[in-house]
Design a protein around this ligand. Structure first.
Ligand SMILES: C[S@@+](CC[C@H](N)C(=O)[O-])C[C@H]1O[C@@H](n2cnc3c(N)ncnc32)[C@H](O)[C@@H]1O
Ligand code: SF4
Length: 450
């Protein structure tokens, strides 16, 4: 009998049909309003052990042409202040419930968290430390930011609050590519920001680049990559440009596809980068991330993938509490985004325990999640899977495994553990997609961005 999974994989690889980068499973686009009212106190009651904390700051100074993350650029100082107060209230609300858990990592993402003032950071960290006093000594405490906000003052403040990892979007070092991507500052601003990070004493920093930007070619990509490497980042994240509906580049590409590098060229950019980074001693951790830093940059993601619960704070942040995943509503459009941020601020004036929007994983989805995330990040080890689900994943997903082996995307060691090959990393989004349930695919396909 023919293996439909193999046909699906072959077709996608031939078309070089890269779907979106897989941040998690199920993806947020598969979340829906809960049919029945859920209470977060019931959901978190049983949780023990470690906790990861993510805080979303949905503010930026500009919207880059490729970006559809949940953020606004129309914030007023009063709104930002009210948002920080709402976050402090939310931290207190959760502190009462789960403040006894050990915090394994904290990640401030966005948007651009570094648009906050030192005083606002101080208040957020004071609330976190008093409500969650058990911060692991080795905890990764990370923040994202843009070059034009990485001032020495902010960096000193972050260091004094115990932040030990910085992640910054460079995107490109080519002035025209930067400009067209919506980064309306000079190359020197990005260079100064990296110097500021290093001078402040942060050794563990990540830089993001994007390949597939308007007008980019192999030479300009190589230039951006080499220049980035000259600053010796601990981790490099290389993102293929994703053209999501409602983004500037999505509209532009539908009018003028020829101004963007084609899939084949993007494939060459990726291959060249993998070779260069291997030569420079970087270890490939995923299709996106390359690291020199032991035990790996971005440990929060690794810890999430291993099943440590995630507390999402702020509007648009996801929480993973066992098999219950939830968030607030989120959007891309200006008006909807502001409404959702306003509703979050209102909601946290009083303690509220109802959950609105998310995904309850059943056993089938939990097995899929385990396989996808472990395979895409590190390796799919059999013992933890068997211990958790009591079955053999290689039998459970026999068709998928056979398809991946015949396409040379995975290797198995003597104990049956499965790892992505170089080809598997290149097509890792397709590898992950192979394990998606029909239900999640349908939910994703029927999601309409607002
Ligand atoms: C939350 S943002 C980074 C933080 C910060 N706001 C910045 O831009 O410097 C995470 C990264 O995802 C990447 N990214 C976001 N949207 C993308 C898209 N549509 N295609 C490719 N990469 C994207 C960018 O490299 C970006 O730096
Ligand atoms: S890429 Fe970063 S700075 Fe640009 S809009 Fe997105 S979150 Fe904001």
């Amino acid at each position: 009998m023919s293996n439909t999974k193999l046909n699906e994989l072959r077709r996608a690889i031939e078309a070089m049909d890269f779907p979106n980068y897989i941040y998690s499973y199920p993806p947020k686009r598969a979340y829906r309003p809960f049919a029945e009212r859920l209470d977060l106190r019931d959901s978190w009651r049983e949780q023990q052990g470690d906790l990861n904390v993510y805080l979303h700051i949905p503010f930026c100074n500009y919207r880059c042409t490729f970006c559809t993350l949940f953020l606004t650029t129309a914030q007023t100082p009063d709104q930002v202040e009210s948002y920080v107060e709402a976050v402090e209230n939310q931290i207190r609300l959760y502190g009462e419930l789960i403040g006894h858990l050990r915090v394994a990592s904290i990640y401030l993402g966005g948007g651009t968290p570094t648009v906050l003032s030192p005083g606002q950071f101080g208040r957020i960290f004071a609330a976190l430390r008093s409500e969650f006093p058990r911060l692991a000594p080795e905890a990764e405490v990370s923040i994202e930011g843009t070059p034009d906000t990485m001032t020495p003052e902010i960096l000193d403040c972050l260091l004094s609050l115990g932040i030990n990892r910085i992640s910054m979007g460079i995107q490109s070092f080519h002035p025209d590519e930067m400009w067209r991507a919506g980064r309306r500052y000079g190359v020197q601003v990005a260079v100064d920001a990296i110097e500021n990070i290093r001078r402040a004493g942060f050794e563990n920093f990540n830089l993001d680049l994007i390949y597939g930007l308007e007008g980019q070619n192999l030479d300009t990509w190589q230039m951006s990559l080499s220049k980035t490497l000259s600053f010796s980042p601990a981790t490099l994240s290389l993102y293929p440009a994703v053209f999501r509906p409602l983004s500037g580049i999505h509209k532009l590409k539908s009018r003028s596809p020829e101004i963007f590098p084609r899939e084949r060229l993007r494939g060459e950019m990726y291959d060249m980068s993998v070779d260069l980074l291997a030569e420079r001693g970087f270890r490939q951790e995923s299709s996106i991330r390359f690291t020199r830093h032991a035990p790996g940059g971005y440990r929060q993601e690794a810890s999430d993938f291993q099943g440590v619960p995630l507390l999402g704070l702020g509007a648009g942040a996801r929480s993973y509490c066992g098999d219950l995943h939830y968030t607030t509503d989120y959007a891309v459009g200006k008006r909807s985004t502001l409404e959702i941020i306003g509703a979050f601020i209102e909601r946290h004036r009083q303690p509220r325990y109802d959950l609105e929007y998310g995904f309850q994983l059943d056993r089938d989805e939990a097995e899929r999640r385990f396989v996808i995330l472990n395979l895409l990040l590190d390796q799919l080890s059999l013992p933890p899977y068997v211990q958790r689900f009591g079955t053999d994943p290689l039998e459970r997903f026999a068709k998928e495994v056979e398809a991946l082996e015949s396409e040379g995307c995975i290797d198995r060691d003597g104990d049956g553990n499965v790892r992505l090959t170089r080809r598997g990393f290149k097509f890792s989004n397709l590898v992950g997609n192979l394990f998606y349930s029909e239900r999640v695919k349908e939910l994703e396909a029927s999601y309409s961005p607002k």
